[in-house]
Design a binder for this molecule. Sequence first.
Ligand code: SAM
Ligand code: ZN
Length: 381
Amino acid sequence: MVDTKNNMIDSIGMKSAGPERKQPWDTEGPVVRLVCPDCQGELRVEGDELICGACGAVGRYLDGVPCFTDAKYYWGEVPEQTMRLANELADAEGWQAAVEKTVPRAELRQYICDARRADFQYLWDLPADATILDVGAGWGAIAAALAVNFSRVVAAEGVYERTRFIEKRARQSGLTSLQAVCADFLRLPFAPGQFDAIVLNGVVEWIGLASPEGDPRELQLRFLRRMRELLKPSGLVCVGIENRVGWSMFRGAPDHSGLPYTSLMPRALARYWCRRNQGNYRSDKNASYRTYTYSLGGYRRLFHEAGFEGFQAFHAYDGYNKPSVLLPLENQRALLHFVKRLELGRIGWRGYVREKILQMAARTGVWARGASEYIFLLKRS
Ligand SMILES: C[S@@+](CC[C@H](N)C(=O)[O-])C[C@H]1O[C@@H](n2cnc3c(N)ncnc32)[C@H](O)[C@@H]1O
Ligand SMILES: [Zn+2]
């Protein structure tokens, strides 16, 4: 079935938009199946609309992006007007020039553009024809870097302006294997059992905001169980996230509330504190305290309860958004080797003391429990 704008979908499969793009969903293996985000029923296309037999119209194609959310909803690191401008400039001058012109902060530009942000993919052992889902894909940095190496990458993102950007980025970079889908964390429109890997980079902590009600941990569990369902039996999930009790939190780094120290507080106190002081950090939905992170043990329990096994934890030494050094936390020898390679002794007695402290932290497990940011690899059990 072909719709009027050349956005193609058959009753079960999603295909890329626009006549100028190849149809990877069609020609390079099994398609990625879209289903109704509410009842998981089959979808059909009528005009621009995506229709479920039971629920009616549940989405529509907007500029080549299948959209299942309110396209007016916005949150982000830059104001909505700036994001709109970035999209207009991307059309006129290309996505990279658009970022240069609209994002003044160099660190944010790197976050948007740097392909090394997906370097965790080299921990995987996935074939090139793997199908990968990046949930909460942001500006598409990770999804785009994955699409260079894998034949089907879906970037699911809840903010339509961001999915528009990803779509332009994919098209302009010739990444025919990358498709953006605009959808909510808690209403993802994918049929089960079709992904080899799912990326959740900077996402699990925000799940509590996807619903104004319900216990955030329960929502995170529901979301993770759904991720498990979307995976093939041998599939894996890669999670990048902060440590609730990480070293940087004790040093006053802002938590996801926008305030320091809130992750360290008991949840009830954090809620009270945020209600008094908070300024809706990054999202007008970000009120009270619903952005839960956990300790290393807390993550282990959360993922286990959600049905994942094969838990591997890495310390993302420069942060999970720059995964250039990933230290396997269960390998004490690797940590000690890393300390040796830092050659701290060469910078005098302070370096020597630091070296001894790090060695002790590695031997006692304090390093693993106090690392500021983690990357976890989880296997479907
Ligand atoms: C911290 S950013 C991470 C972006 C991306 N994973 C990366 O590492 O570059 C979290 C992303 O989740 C998206 N997001 C937030 N709430 C969402 C929701 N309810 N459904 C889908 N995406 C959502 C945000 O728009 C944002 O792009
Ligand atoms: Zn339905």
